[in-house]
Design a protein around this ligand. Structure first.
Ligand SMILES: C[S@@+](CC[C@H](N)C(=O)[O-])C[C@H]1O[C@@H](n2cnc3c(N)ncnc32)[C@H](O)[C@@H]1O
Length: 290
């Protein structure tokens, strides 16, 4: 593989202004995540890590590798893993989960009871290592109101490594931090210990979730989900700039059935981004509805 000649001012591990913005732009186009000047050294550290792993002599060479190397897609995956934040845990944001189980699901079931196909389709968008969709699956399994209903739980992320962990379904104690005592029974029921002291999700829950690699900004690959009743997209949009947020929300709007729900993280809102959703006040929480 031949690379364009190196500019001698840009050798080694130094990230020049031009190169910094070239990486920022490349990452933004791939993920919707825009690194700002303040995060320059964080980004540089991560890039250097990959540069060294590939045995390349400079960050500029690494940039060309991402653009032109036959293996560039695999390397872009590696870089995406490094620049995305995968912080998550089981039963996160309990008031919203309570609202989902006790209010949203019964409402949807009630409204759709006359339809010939009794199907609920739920999507965890930006599912990271799987704690969110598995929490949804545990909460819905055996829920009396869903008797006779078919359930689809889709879960997606842009990070292949996160999805690999999710599909494996083995978790350490960090994944159970901040968990309310009301959820401990689910852990006892739906996990089994592994020899190294972690917990493995039981197959009956693992098989309820369909994982896939999807970029939320890519509307064509979202089409494969068809219509959705509920979209969870929590703690993902915070990393996007306004334009990327608007694109993702437009994609959610297109995928939701009329009357479907969009559940964002508690620090996130649609204010200034989209006025077509209605903010619904339930007993436990406020959520957006198409
Ligand atoms: C902080 S985690 C949120 C996990 C979970 N939703 C929660 O609230 O606990 C954010 C996830 O969004 C994913 N992500 C970031 N940009 C994305 C994009 N453009 N498309 C799909 N997923 C993306 C990251 O890989 C990461 O796993």
């Amino acid at each position: 593989m031949r690379y364009p000649p190196l500019d001698s001012s840009q050798t080694g591990e130094i990230l020049s202004d031009d190169l910094f913005y070239a990486f920022v732009d490349l990452i933004y186009r791939q993920t919707g995540i825009r690194f700002d000047k303040e995060s320059r050294f964080v980004l540089q550290r991560r890039l250097v890590h990959r540069m060294r792993a590939l045995g390349l002599p400079s960050l500029e060479r690494y940039y060309y590798h991402l653009l032109y190397h036959p293996d560039r897609e695999r390397e872009m995956d590696q870089l995406i893993d490094l620049v995305t934040t995968h912080e998550t845990y089981f039963f996160r944001e309990k008031r919203q989960l309570r609202c989902f189980v006790e209010e949203i699901v019964p409402l949807l079931v009630q409204e759709r009871r006359a339809e010939p196909a009794r199907v609920l389709r739920i999507w965890s968008a930006g599912c990271s290592t799987g704690e969110e969709p598995y929490s949804i699956a545990m909460l819905l399994r055996g829920l009396p109101v869903l008797t006779g209903w078919q359930l689809f739980i889709f879960a997606s992320d842009i990070s292949s490594r996160a999805l690999q962990v999710a599909r494996q379904g083995i978790y350490g104690s960090g994944s159970f931090r901040d968990m309310e005592p009301e959820y401990e029974a689910y852990v006892r029921q739906y996990f089994e210990p592994t020899p190294d002291g972690r917990l493995r999700i039981r197959d009956e829950i693992r098989q309820m979730v369909l994982f896939g690699r999807v970029n939320l900004l890519d509307s064509s690959s979202l089409a494969l989900y068809g219509w959705l009743d509920v979209i969870f997209c929590r703690n993902v949009l915070i990393y996007f700039d306004t334009e990327a947020k608007k694109r993702a929300i437009q994609n959610f709007y297109e995928r939701l059935r009329p009357g479907g729900f969009l559940l964002l993280g508690h620090s996130e809102s649609l204010l200034g981004l989209d006025s077509r959703f209605q903010l619904v006040h339930f007993r436990n929480d406020m959520v957006y509805r198409k």
